[in-house]
Design a protein around this ligand. Structure first.
Ligand SMILES: O=C(O)CCC(=O)C(=O)O
Length: 273
């Protein structure tokens, strides 16, 4: 990476000024004529500050909950039910996770698919593969059934089935090649996943922030809805269950810092429609 871009990337929260732009901080200031303000310098106007109640109560932005530790987190309880996350940051130890990452990176037939929105096709900002007994469609993309499972995915599916007591029959895999690759806000709420699906998400490679935002009540907006953030680490397992897909959206945002590649596997149970 070019050293100038690297220096600018280090600056948090925005882009630094390029080094060749000269600061005018030390330049002598042009004096402002008192005539310009219409007031004389030695006759300051008397100013009074009076506190007035704001007419509308200011809307407070709810704080973001950050999940780092292993545990079970009920992130909301609505009449529809509980939205539950279960997080196991060290589900797979680092050495085995390194080995699995290499195998998945080299062995899966990664390809860049296109989403279709309002009849316009956009290349997805990541690579994917799909394994499942049935085809899977979302955002205008259809992954055809692919029953010949990759052996590494088959082994991981068996491990999750026995830990969770489920029988996953499909997996969507994502490869984010750098920090710019991402997935936009969405819910995994396709009819083929049934109501209140349990989705098991395994991560390998560089860690990326997984964000959730609560779907707003009518009359509210997403900016003021609750947010949860989990930095998904190498070898971690996140389970989304209950009403997470019904009541929340999730995404992996684009990053403005360099990131190494990351692989994510989301195991699902898919039903014929
Ligand atoms: O990469 C991730 O952790 C999330 C992937 C995701 O949202 C999805 O596959 O639906």
């Amino acid at each position: 990476m070019n050293p100038e871009r690297k220096r600018r990337n280090r600056v948090q929260g925005g882009w630094a000024a390029p080094t060749n732009v000269k600061s005018d901080r030390n330049k002598p200031k042009a004096s402002v004529s008192p005539a310009w303000t219409g007031k004389t310098v030695d006759q300051p106007t008397e100013r009074k500050f009076v506190f007035e109640e704001p007419e509308e109560e200011l809307k407070k932005k709810p704080t973001e909950t950050v999940i780092i530790k292993p545990g079970v987190y009920d992130i909301s309880t609505e009449p529809s039910g509980v939205s539950r996350l279960r997080y196991f940051p060290e589900f797979i130890g680092p050495q085995e996770a390194d080995e699995l990452y290499k195998r998945l990176f080299h062995d899966l037939p990664w390809r860049q698919q296109s989403d279709v929105k309002n009849g316009v096709s956009y290349l997805q900002p990541r690579l994917t593969t799909w394994y499942g007994d049935l085809a899977y469609s979302y955002s205008g993309v259809t992954h055809p059934a692919s029953v010949e499972w990759d052996p590494t995915l088959l082994m991981l599916r068996g491990r999750l089935d026995s830990v969770l007591g489920l029988q996953f029959n499909s997996v969507l895999t994502n490869l984010y090649r750098d920090g710019h690759e991402h997935v936009a806000w969405h819910s995994d709420d396709e009819r083929s996943l049934g109501p209140q699906p349990t989705i098991a998400s395994l991560s390998f490679g560089d860690s990326r922030n997984f964000e959730l935002r609560k779907k707003p009540e009518s009359g509210q907006d997403y900016e003021h809805s609750e947010h949860v953030m989990i930095p998904l680490t190498h070898g971690s397992l996140l389970i989304m269950e209950g009403c997470v897909q019904e009541d929340w959206q999730h995404r992996i945002p684009r990053e403005y810092h360099d990131r190494d590649p990351r692989i994510n596997l989301t195991f699902r149970v898919i039903f014929p429609e």
